[in-house]
Design a binder for this molecule. Structure first.
Ligand code: SF4
Length: 687
């Protein structure tokens, strides 16, 4: 009477949430994922996970998963076969292409999906429709990092690995709440501090990360440039600039020097006492090795690219780049932000940042892809695509994107999407955006397919299939391959994710030496890895910068105020941020019981002083209004936020912060100003 012992399988893979890229094992029993175990051999997380990582499996078997293709008929979705759905998508996209030309089509892909699928989206847009209108959602998180770091250093990526923070004598964290948004980098900050590293945190809010700092520097939202310029002023004035490094490795120092001379005292603008700015500047500059860590507090503004270039100025001014324990490290929000950009899901470059405007690159890709006439114009960026709906853009393909929650000014997004002649959404749930589409294609989630993610430290790691997708859902790479075949395109007959990876690696210099076999080991490979025997490159710019002449570029950058500042009607500055227990539009984390129980509802943080003036108490319902919309939510009265400033997350669809946010953009990266807009707040009267 022996009972059968259920077989338990452990499948090593990579966390699907933030850009730290923790390794974990999915625990599989009876064909279902029943738990998660941190992957102890992963050098990224060394057997640890954050709460999001532990909760990452719970949405996989949700009854809400999409299982069949859906076609909208008479305003209602009806189930369809794959053949019927893909035939319709192919014929509609061709029809729009034939009627209006290549740039009437637009393609958006999420940074949550693996490299293979981002690469195929880029290939589909360019090979199938001769358009560069393809973009990914890095545009609205780290677009300014790509633009700013490329302009300053020649490469738009983090310079050093996360574990290398332990080699720093001083770490300057600005605009990043790593303890909540990137907890396993937060762990590195604590480890470094315990080893004796000085930890400085600059942020408008007294965050969980700020609480861990030796020195906390509060500054007014959107005043990064005067703050950093002032730090540089004091570094130069006190003779702490690394003149040897500046002379040998950089250019245009005089331009920077002249600019920062105007920023000796910035207290009126930043709210930060000059003595504190000077103290921190000298601490950073005097350290033998000093590292910068930053995140969306730097990028999600109309000055995003300039903010990033300011941090690059600071690192180069002190020679803190190109060695262990130094560098400038953007913390990528989504698991594959780095990869989606690397893969050429970007309107001005092919994979590997090969510019579309250069004829030699177009010729190279035409030959590799067996196609002619690739366009050299810049395509439309994410928000430009939205604005152009119904006008230049008539049809849109959105893979894993949910602009109805995550883009600024949701009312505007809804209005624009409604003007499309045809839209298709590929996703795992019927999201707010999918509900507006003409066709919805059901996708496998990350636990149900193979692939790779590239983390924020440029580490290319394997994603491994643990279970089957529900119903008829398919991996995105397979859907895009089938669609390519329906369109009659050459080079879309892929049988596996590995074949897509190999197709990508042969045209992408940074990934040229990578294969799935080489990525098997827990430490995987860090790009650039150009040849089969190359070990990968954890630290960039060790000899020279990746610019055309090998020199780092200084820029003299002046302060510009945000696009919309508080006034009498809208007297508060609204910031937006993330929580430890939730992730982006909440589609997945809000379907995790454990994460939902931690924070079940949204809220707005308001200072004790403002709350007292407005008669608002903790838990009161409050109404926020901006020029674009209004949102009702709960008040969280706190000491951690300055007077005149409010803070919300955008995880909660019942009180979406992005009804309020501003679409004004950074001119270089086209990043919208998600981190700053003017709002009013009032207590909701009892009904
Ligand atoms: Fe996942 Fe990021 Fe948490 Fe690591 S730190 S477990 S990658 S969410």
């Amino acid at each position: 009477n022996q009972q059968k012992v259920p077989e338990i399988k452990y499948v090593p893979t990579t966390c699907p949430f933030c850009g730290v890229g923790c390794g974990l094992n999915l625990v599989v029993k009876d064909g279902k994922v029943v738990g998660v175990e941190p992957w102890k051999r992963s050098p990224v997380n060394e057997g640890k996970l954050c709460p999001k990582g532990y909760g990452c499996y719970e949405f996989i078997h949700s009854p809400d998963r999409l299982t069949k293709p859906l076609i909208k008929k008479d305003g209602k979705f009806v189930e369809a076969s794959w053949d019927e759905a893909l035939d319709l998508v192919a014929s509609k996209l061709k029809e729009v292409y034939g009627k209006y030309g290549p740039d009437a089509l637009a393609f958006q892909v999420s940074c949550r999906v693996p490299n293979e699928e981002c690469y195929l989206m880029n290939k589909l847009a360019r090979v199938g429709f001769k358009t560069n209108n393809v973009d990914n959602c890095a545009r609205i998180c780290h677009g300014p990092s790509v633009a700013g770091l490329s302009l300053s250093l020649g490469s738009g990526a983090a310079t050093n690995p996360f574990a290398d923070l332990l080699n720093a004598d001083c770490i300057f964290v600005i605009g990043s709440n790593a303890m909540e948004a990137h907890p396993l980098v937060g762990r590195r900050l604590i480890q470094a501090k315990e080893k004796g590293t000085t930890l400085i945190v600059a942020d408008p809010r007294y965050t969980l990360t700020a609480r861990k700092a030796h020195i906390y520097m509060r500054f007014n939202p959107s005043t990064v440039i005067p703050l950093i310029n002032s730090m540089m002023y004091w570094i130069i004035k006190e003779g702490k600039a690394d003149m040897e490094f500046i002379k040998n490795k950089t250019k245009d120092f005089e331009e920077l020097k002249k600019t920062v001379e105007k920023y000796a005292d910035v207290e009126a603008l930043t709210g930060t006492p000059t003595e504190l700015v000077k103290e921190i500047a000298l601490k950073y500059a005097s350290a033998k090795n000093a590292a910068i860590v930053y995140c969306l507090g730097i990028t999600e503004t109309t000055s995003g690219t300039d903010n990033v270039r300011s941090l690059a100025n600071l690192a180069m001014l002190t020679g803190n780049i190109g060695r262990p324990g130094t560098g400038i490290n953007p913390l990528r929000g989504q698991n594959n932000v780095q990869g989606a950009c690397d893969m050429g899901a970007y309107p001005n470059v092919y994979s590997g940042y090969q510019k579309v405007e250069l004829e030699e690159n177009r010729k190279k890709m035409e030959q590799a892809w067996g196609v002619e006439g690739l366009p050299g114009n810049y395509g439309l960026t994410l928000m430009e695509q939205i604005d152009a709906c119904g006008d230049r853009v008539k049809a849109m393909f959105m893979l894993g994107e949910n602009p109805m929650i995550s883009f600024p000014d949701i009312n505007h997004v809804r209005e624009c999407l409604s003007k499309l002649e045809f839209s298709v959404v590929e996703d795992i749930f019927l999201t707010e955006t999918a509900q507006l589409a003409d066709v919805v294609l059901p996708a496998a989630c990350w636990a149900e397919k193979d692939g790779t993610f590239t983390s924020g430290e440029r580490r290319v790691q394997r994603v491994r299939k643990a279970v089957d997708a529900p119903g008829e859902a398919k991996p995105d790479w397979e859907i895009l391959s089938l669609l390519g075949q329906k369109l009659g395109l050459k080079g879309f007959d892929f049988k596996s994710a590995e074949e897509v990876f190999n197709d990508m690696a042969r045209v992408t210099p940074q990934y040229g030496g990578m294969t799935y076999a080489r990525l098997e080991k827990p430490e995987a490979l860090v790009w650039p890895c150009p040849t089969a025997d190359h070990p990968g490159t954890p630290i960039l710019h060790t000899q020279k910068f990746a610019t055309a002449d090998g020199l780092g570029n200084f820029f003299g950058i002046d302060y510009k105020p945000p696009a919309e500042v508080p006034d009498e009607e809208y007297p508060f500055a609204l910031m937006t941020g993330r929580l430890l227990f939730h992730y982006h539009s909440g589609t997945q984390t809000r379907r995790s019981k454990q994460l939902h129980n931690e924070v079940p509802t949204g809220f707005v943080e308001i200072s004790e002083a403002d709350a007292a003036e407005l008669g608002i108490k903790k838990g009161d319902r409050v109404l926020l209004k901006s020029r674009r919309g209004e949102v009702e939510t709960n008040a969280l009265v706190t000491k951690d936020i300055p007077k005149g400033v409010l803070n919300m997350t955008f995880h909660f669809r019942e009180c979406p912060a992005n009804l309020l946010t501003n679409t004004a953009r950074d001119p270089l990266s086209k990043m919208p100003e998600l981190k700053y807009c003017a709002v009013s707040v009032e207590k909701v009267k009892a009904r």
